[in-house]
Each structure stands twice: as C-alpha cells, then as structure tokens.
Design a protein around this ligand. Structure first.
Ligand code: FAD
Length: 466
C-alpha cells in the first residue's frame, strides 16, 4: 500500500489531504531562492500529500507508519522559515501542525502556559494578553509563524533584549520521535539532571522529531512603553553606546542600531544627512515605571556622552507601526530586484570589522546595488547584525546566481570575521555547507551521532541542517 493509502486508513477522515492546491502550498517555505525558482522552469515540486494531525497520538501514528515504510516526513508550522527548511520534493510527506493550535493551560501563579505547537504566534500572544500576560516573543513574522516553528528554528523576537530569545522562554517540550515514541521534558524552573534535553530540539529544524506541545514562561503584560531615537556621528559610536548600555546592566526591550544606509532608507524623514540611527525603547509593568525611566535616562546619557543628537520618539513610533511588514519576493523579483536578509552575530570586539567586512564582500558581487545592516538583538557579550542586500537581475538563472554569490560572500566574510553564521533564522538548506566550519569536524560528528541515535532511518526532514 502507498504511504498515502496507509495513512488515510490509519487516521480519522480528513487528516490526509491530496488536493493539488494544498500540496502546492506546502512545496516550500518563504526562502527567497524558492521564489526565484518558482519563476523559472523547475519550481520545487509538491509532496504526495499533506497530513493534518489533530493530536499528539495522531502525530505518533504518522511517525510510526512513516518510519516503518522509510518515508521522509517534513514538519510544517506556517511555512514562514526563510532558509529552505521545508522542501519535501515528491518523496516526503508534509506534516502540518496547524490543527494542533490550542492554548491548553495558563498558570498565573507560576507564570507559565502550555500550548500546542501549531498555535499561531499572534493568536498565542492575543490569548495571553486577554489573560493579563505576555510571552514577550515578537518576531516580525509573528502572524505568519507557530510556536513549534519558533522552537524548531531558535527564533528571536524584536523585544529579545528584555524578554530573551525563544530558548529562554521554553520551560518544557513534548516531542514525538521517529517510530512514534512520545518524549516529555520535565517542567521545572531549573534542573541539574544531566544535559538539558530541551536544547536538542531548540533549533533542530524538524530533523529529530515533531514538537507537539510547549510549556512557556510568561511575563506580566506590559503597560509602560517609552523610548527615543538618536542619530550618531558614526556606526562605531552606536556600537560603543549599545555595548555601554548593556554592559552597565540595562535591558531596554528595543535597542536597534541602523547603519547610514538603513537609517536613510527607513527613517529618511528624520535623517537627512548620512548618519546611523539608534532606537531605544523600555517596556514593563506600571510598577516598574520608575526603574524604566531611570533606564531610559541612562541610555540618553550614554548617547549624549558620545555627542549623539536626540530625536524624541517619532522615529520609534514610526518603526513600531511598520515593524511587521512582510516583503513580497514575487513583486521584488518581477521588478528585477533580488533581495534577502542574513543575520549573524559576534562578540563586541568583532562587531566593527564584521559590519565592514560583510557589507564590502556583498557589495563586491557583480549586480549588487546595496548592502547594509542593523543590530537588533543585544547581549552583554555581543550583538547580532542583520544584513540586507539588494541586487539587480531579471532572468531567474541570473537571479539565482546573484543570490548564491551574495550569500557565499556574506558567509565567508562572517566566518573570517569570527561571527556565528546564524543568529536566529537557522541553517535550513541555505547555510548547510557552512555549518561544519562553525561546529568543527568533531562538533558536526556529535550532531550526526545524535541524529543517527534518534532517527536511525533518517526520515526526519532529510537535507536540512546536516
Ligand atoms: C517577513 C518575515 C519576517 C521574519 N522575522 C523573523 C524574526 O523577527 N525572528 C525570527 O526568529 N524569525 C523570523 N522569520 C523567520 C520565520 O518566521 C521563523 O523561522 C519562524 O520561527 C518559522 O516558524 P513557522 O511556524 O512558519 O515554521 P516553518 O517555516 O513551517 O518551519 C521552519 C522549520 O521548523 C520545522 N518545524 C516547524 N514546526 C515544527 C514542529 N512543530 N516540530 C518540529 N519541526 C518543526 C520545519 O520542518 C522547518 O525546518 C521571519 C520570516 C519572514 C518571512
């Protein structure tokens, strides 16, 4: 019997879908290279079926059957991944988690919640907000992504400096492993019970199993938000100010530094002459307001001490209004523009040369019009840089060549500058060939051994990460 027939007879009616439209919608994620390929003669083909399980037990049934029949499985949240984490081809089935989308429990005393992994991010935040809480995780793609997708890609939200990244918010996980075995980690505030098994699945990109439930740490809903913008004499000044604020112990929810190119592109109303721009915003409960005011004043003082020009909060309000804008690859490509973003991170001592090296390397690629960057996730030890490139090419072949060359330039320059190759989008297919250079041969061998132990038949999302 074919995998489609076996699954159809093993699961309740309506779970296995073979309609052309559904299959086509699951042929790939939001990777820009797939949008380029869709314009050429060989777009990524659709899978034989999409399975929509409605419970952990049904996910277990799917993985048991797929493992027995050695059929690859590609887990799918909402397909907003940008690294090629979803490309089933004609052999793999897609397991779409969107019907597992319940808020199962909120515990106000412990400040925790339990959700099913297919819950849409914006819906998760709305349900928590109604109850007086926030998760504090606000990726630009919040309305296009799921909690399980966040876990699987090690995502970061725009307010990460205050609330942390997704790995800081996950209290416990339920995961279905190949063969259909269900594993649950223990929901303790901390434990010293051997290596932390949650971490295996944070960033596994569907290669080790399917995340089905997530216990999350919450924060009280914020009621106080204030901030300001400042223009600076140089990018180096902005980096130094950001470092000083964070190393002094402050944690403004937003701390973003745009280079001259991005400051003019995004804040042209306020930045007429070329200058980098810093955005700072504090947020928290009313009870925290006095401390947050002091934090904001400390950030203003750090800016003043380096001769920055303070601009008030209009640029911040402008950014808050546009921060979840989703670019249409199709529109840009049809207009002859090849665009993508590449996020890396480095310790403070390496950030200045990193920005210079990566923008120069991308700019040297024939066809590139512009390369720029901003920081958006800061730590006491360092910061990420989120690079954007824009290139000009019209034929799909030329667009793909340009795209690959820009990525190769950025990856090589990042590695040479001592940066990690991925801050929060993951590896997928786009960074796969560079992973060994960061992990080292031994590190990669350990990762492969974990994969072989958990997924001996190699059915989980083959071609991704490793
Ligand atoms: C406009 C735009 C803005 C973005 N902004 C941000 C941002 O601010 N921060 C950020 O971190 N990312 C951002 N992203 C990237 C993307 O939204 C994240 O990677 C997100 O976490 C993916 O979630 P998803 O549910 O759409 O997962 P998918 O794209 O469906 O899947 C992503 C990967 O995870 C696997 N996977 C999904 N669900 C599960 C599961 N339940 N169990 C096991 N594996 C699973 C898939 O197989 C795939 O490998 C952005 C993307 C876009 C298009």
């Amino acid at each position: 019997m074919s995998i489609v027939d076996t699954l159809t007879s093993a699961l309740p009616a309506g779970r296995v879908v073979t309609e052309a439209e559904d299959r086509k919608a699951h042929a790939h994620d939001y990777w820009a290279l797939e949008a380029i390929r869709d314009r050429g003669p060989e777009p990524s083909p659709p899978p034989p079926c999409v399975v929509y399980p409605e419970s952990t037990a049904e996910v277990a049934t799917v993985l048991e059957i797929a493992d027995e029949q050695r059929v690859p499985v590609v887990p799918y949240g909402l397909g907003s991944g940008v690294c090629g984490g979803v490309r089933p081809g004609t052999a793999a089935i897609v397991l779409d988690t969107r019907r597992m989308a319940a808020l199962l429990e909120v515990n106000g005393e412990a400040l925790t919640a339990r959700v099913q992994a297919g819950l849409n991010g914006a819906e998760c935040e709305r349900l928590l907000d109604e109850r007086g809480f926030t998760l504090g995780h606000f990726p630009q793609s919040i309305a296009l992504s799921t909690v399980g997708g966040w876990v699987s890609t090690r995502a970061s939200g725009q307010l990460s400096t205050r609330y942390g990244n997704i790995e800081d918010m996950v209290l416990a996980l339920e995961v279905v492993l190949p063969g259909g075995h269900v594993m649950r980690t223990f929901p303790a505030p901390r434990a010293a019970t051997g290596p932390d098994l949650r971490q295996l699945f944070l960033g596994a990109e569907g290669t080790l199993g399917v995340v089905t439930e997530v216990a999350l740490k919450l924060a009280p809903k914020a009621a106080w938000h204030q901030g300001f913008a400042a223009t600076l004499a140089s990018w180096d000044d902005g980096i130094r100010i950001s470092r000083e604020i964070l190393q002094a112990g402050w944690r403004p929810a937003v701390l973003r530094l745009y280079d001259e190119v991005e400051a003019q592109r995004n804040f042209g109303t306020w930045v007429q002459a070329p200058a980098p721009l810093l955005l700072v915003m504090g947020e928290g409960t009313e009870a925290m307001a006095p401390a947050l005011e002091i934090e904001l004043e400390a950030a203003r003082s750090a800016c003043r001490a380096r001769g920055a020009k303070l601009l008030g909060d209009e640029p911040l309000v402008h950014w808050l209004g546009r921060r979840n804008h989703v670019p249409s690859w199709d529109q840009l490509l049809a207009g002859g523009l090849v665009v993508d973003t590449i996020e890396v991170a480095a310790t403070w001592d390496r950030v200045k040369p990193l920005h210079a090296a990566v923008t120069a390397a991308i700019s040297a690629v024939p066809g590139i019009i512009q390369a720029s960057g901003h920081t958006s996730h800061g730590y006491t030890t360092g910061v990420n840089i989120y690079f954007t490139f824009v290139g000009s090419a019209t034929a799909p072949d030329d667009q793909e060549r340009l795209y690959r060359a820009a990525w190769a330039a950025a990856m090589e320059a990042s590695l040479a500058a001592g940066a990690t190759i991925a801050h929060h989008h993951g590896i997928g297919r786009v960074r796969r060939e560079y992973l060994a250079r960061e992990l080292g041969d031994r590190g990669l061998a350990v990762l492969k051994a974990v994969k072989a132990a958990l997924d001996p038949n190699g059915i989980m999302n083959p071609g991704v990460l490793l």
